[in-house]
Write a protein that binds this ligand. Structure first.
Ligand SMILES: *Cc1c(COP(=O)(O)O)cnc(C)c1O
Length: 807
């Protein structure tokens, strides 16, 4: 890398002149950003060449992480921090009259994911590189990522995310590594020399072209990994000139568009599977392209196909990539000539699967007719996997004849993707202890009985280098001054901070840094949305996708109740508070979009009301993404993690808040349970129903939301306010929310948990007024957050699933 400012400046000026062909004065901010990325990329390539040379001497297992989503955010600031040249580069650029901040703004926040699942994949890339795992991402090069959210009259409006409009200098197109993916057509069966051959004919070929992005972790001491994203292109130059010359322009162009549609846009659906054909085509697309290229490079390494599972691990992030199982079978049998049994053994031994959700609407089930029409050979293989599976289960469990039906892959006219993934993998993991227990005990009980060692837990983690070290510069410096720099490599070292719990000067520093981070956020909110927030108030934050199970509504009710009390009694609250929401709603999810409008209507009401607006303020931040998260998590005092118990598989936002010293207000759901174990009851605020209680109410249908409404006058008032003209700017917008609670019996137990939530919140406010105690708890949260680093998670995946040793 660069060791001093002067050598950086010289290299940068040379790179700028070479790449941009103009003087620095003539260059735009984009040009200057572009040249900086090219320079760093070159340095990374150099490192890669050296490390490849060193590491290819010793053969190592390769891991391929298949994910529909990689929510990587910005790379430039993170890589500058990881290379430990951030300050050097910033100062060097100052000498050249360039402000690094402006250059950082030039980079698109690559939003190739919806939320937690995609961000997890991105954190894993960082940790795999850091831990020296040869682990590569495999995904889709969407032309448009997740939409940008704008607020118009308090409603969400969606704008296409054209993240590639100026190009993306981190990526490298590799046309020579393209793979042909085949759709539709017919399968002809031949019988030659005692062997069945399956010949796929009259298919529609599509060219998958990879774009590679280097993954560079902290000081990247090992191998530099790769994120490979596939783009769909026509096999020919794209335009059928014959059609075109005959004047049939539309037809000539429509073929090209139809092909490109496959990698055109990310489906903006969170925890929901709408069952669209294009989505299924996308799933096969990156599976077939990824496996095709893996097998090609495997064969180039001169390894025997029989040993494939010893050298290659295929990990599938949710069932979106479950077609890896039949596709690998196809490659091993049809292309490599293996028999079924051996191909199956290799497939199961190389494949592993992570389950992310138990919400029934999110479990993928595809119509048999769709699968058969789009991928006829793949469907034949799924059918055969299913047939052999049923036969085997009937033999193994003769006394339980219904077992094979209950657990089969093909159920009626649907292909059950989770069953395919479980049956075809050697490891299936949940993402938090509670989630894994629910998978074993409720969702996949029979499969767990059939494969008793297959289901296991790997609690999620987040990159503490991105969300603490890079995102919270001041706090990182304080930590390093206190315990030295080694925590960046080993987040477990954060534990050492506990010795400072009674050091009043350290506690004061924590408080000071929190306020500083609030200032930073306040400034951005002013700039972006023209809203003035009070940096000396308590920041109570709920930022995540908008979803009924995440219960933003419960938080809204709390704020309405505080507001009602404050109107009656101006001294109701001791200290000023700021309520912050952010998050996108899926465009087709009306309920979630109505929630956004409700938050904004309430914000308008509160923020304009002179009786209260010195004490409470509410803001909905536009367009939540990784970059905004990096600004928000470090500024939070309270982390709202209030999903209905049993519904949030893990959550990762909760971990990011914790690292930055926010205190959790949450239910015993997902990883909140483990956060509580880590920090102890004194340093977290837990409320509400437990997962077993929710389950019992649901099974017995014994919950009556009307009872809650009638019993609690505060709650009754709030519900009435929703629909009785209290919000001036709306008509009947909020009636569906009201109905979901009273007419549809409040599926997510908002009313049931309201009282416990509100009382716990008041306790928390009381605690907050004792500042030294509060910041002691903050310190404990930071100190215990090391176990939620994705470095720990990746070590567990490596040793427990992929069978690789890592440091
Ligand atoms: C971490 C993260 C999430 C996940 O948040 P949860 O609170 O776990 O739902 C979603 N979106 C972005 C941009 C994130 O960084």
């Amino acid at each position: 890398m660069f060791f001093d400012k002067e050598s950086f400046k010289q290299a940068y000026l040379e790179k700028f002149a070479e790449a941009e062909g103009k003087t620095l004065d003539e260059g735009t901010s984009w040009d200057k950003y572009h040249a900086l990325v090219l320079l760093l990329k070159e340095k990374i390539s150099l490192c890669r060449a050296l490390s490849n040379e060193e590491y290819s001497r010793e053969k190592e297992k390769q891991v391929y992480y298949f994910s529909m989503e990689f929510l990587i955010g910005k790379l430039l600031p993170f890589y500058l921090v990881n290379m430990e040249i951030y300050n050097l580069v910033r100062e060097g650029l100052v000498d050249l009259n360039i402000n690094l901040e402006y250059l950082l703004e030039q980079e698109s926040d690559a939003g190739l994911g919806n939320g937690g699942l995609g961000r997890l994949a991105a954190c894993f890339l960082d940790s795999m590189s850091f831990k020296g795992v040869k682990g590569h991402g495999n995904g889709i090069h969407y032309k448009y990522g997740l939409f940008e959210q704008k607020l118009v009259n308090g409603f969400q409006a969606e704008v296409a995310d054209n993240w590639l409009k100026n190009g993306y200098p981190w990526e490298m197109r590799k046309p020579d590594k393209s793979v042909v993916v085949k759709y539709k057509g017919k399968v002809r069966i031949e019988y030659v020399n005692d062997k069945l051959n399956f010949i796929h004919e009259n298919y529609e070929p599509i060219l998958a072209v990879p774009y590679d992005i280097p993954v560079f972790s902290y000081r990247n001491p090992f191998y530099i990994n790769n994120l490979r994203l596939w783009s769909a292109e026509p096999m020919t130059t794209g335009l059928d000139l014959e059609l075109f010359n005959r004047g049939e322009f539309n037809q000539a162009i429509s073929y090209k568009s139809e092909v490109e549609a496959i990698s055109y846009i990310l489906y903006p659906e969170d925890s929901h599977n709408p069952g669209r054909e294009l989505r299924l085509k996308q799933e096969y697309f990156f599976v077939a392209a990824g496996l095709g290229s893996i097998l090609r490079s495997y064969k180039k390494s001169n390894s025997a196909i029989h040993e494939f599972a010893n050298w290659v691990a295929i990990h599938i992030n949710d069932t979106h990539a479950a077609l890896c199982i039949p596709e690998l079978m196809r490659l091993l049998m049809d292309e490599e000539g293996l028999e079924w049994d051996e191909a199956w053994e290799i497939t199961v031994n190389s494949t592993s699967y992570t389950n992310h959700t138990i919400l029934p609407e999110a479990l993928e089930k595809w119509p048999v007719v769709m699968v058969r029409y789009l991928f006829p050979r793949i469907y034949m293989i799924i059918e055969e996997i299913d047939r052999r599976y049923r036969e085997n289960i009937r033999k193994r469990f003769p006394k339980e004849p219904q077992l094979s039906d209950q657990t089969a892959i093909i159920q009626g006219d649907l292909v059950h993707m989770a069953h395919l993934a479980i049956i075809g993998s050697h490891s299936v993991n949940g993402v938090a202890d509670l989630h894994t227990r629910i998978l074993k005990g409720q969702i996949f009980t029979h499969l767990n009985q059939i494969y008793p060692n297959r289901l296991n837990n790997k609690t999620n983690g987040v990159s503490h280098r991105r969300f603490l070290y890079a995102a919270n510069h001041e706090l990182s410096q304080l930590i390093t001054e206190a315990i030295g720099p080694h925590w960046k490599r080993d987040a477990g070292e954060l534990q050492k901070l506990k010795t400072f719990a009674y050091d009043s000067s350290f506690i004061e520093q924590l408080a000071r840094i929190k306020t500083q981070n609030k200032h930073r956020l306040v400034e951005q909110v002013r700039k972006r949305q023209g809203i003035e927030l009070n940096p000396y108030s308590l920041f109570d934050v709920q930022v995540k996708r908008i979803h009924a199970y995440k219960r933003q509504l419960l938080n809204v009710f709390k704020i309405m109740n505080l507001y009602n009390h404050l109107k009656a009694n101006p001294n109701y609250l001791r200290e000023p508070q700021t309520f912050i929401f952010a998050g996108k709603a899926a465009p087709g999810y009306h309920y979630a979009k109505t929630l956004i409008k409700l938050i904004n209507s309430l914000a308008q009401k509160i923020n304009q009301d002179k009786d209260v607006n010195e004490m409470i303020k509410l803001v909905f931040l536009e367009n939540f993404n990784v970059t905004l998260g990096e600004l928000v998590y470090p500024a939070a005092d309270i982390s709202e993690q209030i999903s209905t118990a049993g519904k949030e598989a893990s959550g990762t936002g909760n971990m990011k808040f914790m690292m930055n010293g926010a205190i959790t207000l949450g239910t015993l759901d997902g990883a909140n349970v483990e956060i509580r174990e880590a920090v102890g009851d004194e340093n977290i605020f837990i409320f509400g129903l437990k997962a077993e209680e929710v389950l019992r109410y649901s099974l017995q249908s014994s919950y009556k939301s009307w009872d809650e409404y009638l019993r609690d006058p505060q709650l009754k008032r709030i519900l009435d306010q929703l629909v009785c003209g209290y919000f001036q700017d709306v008509g009947g917008e909020f009636i569906p929310i009201h109905d979901s609670l009273l007419h549809y019996n409040d599926e997510f137990f908002v009313l049931k948990d309201f009282n416990s939530y509100y009382e716990t919140y008041l306790k928390m406010l009381n605690y907050y007024s004792q500042k030294s105690k509060w910041f002691q708890s903050t310190l404990i949260n930071i100190a215990e957050s090391g176990r939620f680093s994705s470095d720990r998670t990746i070590k567990e995946y490596a040793e427990g699933i992929w069978n690789i040793h890592c440091r």
